[in-house]
Design a protein around this ligand. Structure first.
Ligand code: 5GP
Ligand code: ZN
Length: 123
C-alpha cells in the first residue's frame, strides 16, 4: 500500500514555495493570513512585485480551484490586499500555469505587479 502522507511530505521538501512557507528559505514577507503568505519576488519585473501563495501545496490554479475553491478565493483576496497595502491604484495579477503558461515554480502563486504602466499583450 502506498503511504500517501510520506509521498506528500517528500514532495513538499522539494518545493521552493513550501520551503519559504516553512521558513526554511528566507523571503521578505509583506502579508500573512492563516492560509496564505505574500513575499517579494527575488527577481522583480516591476517596482512592486509580490508573490502570493497558499500555505498548502497545490500545483497550479486549476488544481487549487478543484481541491479547495474557498482557498482560491482567499488567495485572490490576499493578492488584492497586497496591492492595496502597497498603495497600488492600478496593478496586474498574473497566475502563470503550466510550462506553456510560463510557470517555473510548481506551487500555485499569484504575482502582484505594479508601480509602472503595464503593457498588453504580455509576452
Ligand atoms: P513563475 O515563473 O512560476 O510564474 O513565478 C515564479 C517566481 O518565483 C518568479 O518570478 C521568480 O523570480 C520567483 N522566485 C524564484 N525563486 C525565488 C526565491 O528563492 N525567492 C523568491 N522570493 N522568489 C523566487
Ligand atoms: Zn509547495
Amino acid at each position: 500500500m502506498v503511504d500517501e502522507g510520506a509521498h506528500y511530505a517528500a514532495w513538499m521538501d522539494d518545493c521552493l514555495f513550501c520551503r519559504i512557507v516553512a521558513g526554511e528559505v528566507p523571503a521578505t514577507a509583506v502579508l500573512e493570513t492563516d492560509r496564505t503568505l505574500a513575499f517579494r519576488d527575488i527577481a522583480p519585473v516591476a517596482p512592486v512585485h509580490v508573490v502570493v501563495v497558499p500555505k498548502d501545496h497545490h500545483r497550479d490554479i486549476g488544481a487549487l480551484v478543484s481541491a479547495d475553491p474557498a482557498l482560491a478565493a482567499e488567495l485572490l483576496a490576499a493578492a488584492c490586499d497586497v496591492a492595496r497595502a502597497e498603495g497600488l491604484v492600478g496593478y496586474r495579477l498574473v497566475t502563470n500555469t503550466g510550462a506553456d503558461g510560463g510557470q517555473t515554480v510548481d506551487h500555485v502563486h499569484v504575482h502582484v505587479l505594479g508601480g509602472r504602466p503595464m503593457t498588453w499583450p504580455p509576452g
